[in-house]
Design a protein around this ligand. Structure first.
Ligand code: THU
Length: 131
């Protein structure tokens, strides 16, 4: 799966975001180790704290389809001039499904990109495996 395809899928799903409160649309496309792609957009709620982010919605869709998943790549798209990186909650949720260092590509409407990884975004992550 080409990165350009993942970016296109993230861009397409951002259009569907339910973001009447922030007007900030986010689209995410994730690639699982099994080679499948899942998408998600942010879904806001009038009770603001119930909002779910694009990345977590994409992951929920992957789990609902495949059951046990392992992430390979996460793409985040925002229709902005600068790329936006996953929020802290999404970082922890991405970490839950990474056996190795998941690549994270954040893109936007300019050529600026943020190419990073879950280890970079969430060093010293909490995991019960440590205890
Ligand atoms: N949002 C995401 O979808 N992903 C992130 O990683 C950061 C924030 C959404 C949540 C909310 O609907 C909007 O962006 C503004 O915070």
């Amino acid at each position: 799966m080409e990165l350009s395809e993942l970016k296109e899928k993230a861009r397409s799903v951002a259009v569907k975001a339910h973001a009447p409160y922030s007007s900030f649309r986010v689209g995410s496309a994730i690639l699982t180790k099994s080679g499948n792609v899942y998408v998600g957009c942010n879904v806001e709620n009038t009770s603001y704290g119930l909002t779910t982010c694009a990345e977590r919605n994409a992951i929920a869709s992957a789990v609902a389809t495949e059951g046990k998943i392992e992430l390979e790549q996460v793409v985040v798209y925002t229709p902005t001039k600068k790329p936006a990186s996953p929020c802290g909650v999404c970082r922890q949720v991405i970490y839950e499904f990474c056996e190795s260092n998941v690549k994270i590509h954040c893109c936007c409407d300019s050529d600026e990109v943020l190419d990073t990884s879950i280890r970079q975004l969430l060093p010293e992550a909490f995991s019960l495996d440590e205890f």
